[in-house]
Design a binder for this molecule. Structure first.
Ligand SMILES: [Zn+2]
Length: 77
């Protein structure tokens, strides 16, 4: 699964918490905020990576879901 997030660095709310696709995962998800902050800090326009769900599901597996993500940042100046 690949998801792409397009955002403006001037957005003061980083809505970058993606829902986990694991059916039995309740509080899981993917928080891309640290990745975006690093890109902004380094003035990079895009980045990509992989992330695994931060929560464990009922079976205790922490690797039940993962995503590949791409981040694209538009700088206004
Ligand atoms: Zn999950």
């Amino acid at each position: 699964m690949e998801r792409t997030v397009n955002m403006l660095p001037s957005s003061n709310v980083y809505l970058l918490h993606l829902q986990c696709s694991g059916g039995r995962c309740i509080n899981g998800g993917f928080d891309l905020t640290p990745s975006v902050e690093e890109l902004v800090r380094n003035h990079k326009k895009s980045g990509k990576g992989k992330m695994v769900c931060k929560e464990k599901d009922e079976s205790g597996a922490s690797n039940h879901a993962s995503i590949s993500y791409g981040i694209s940042i538009q700088y206004l100046h």
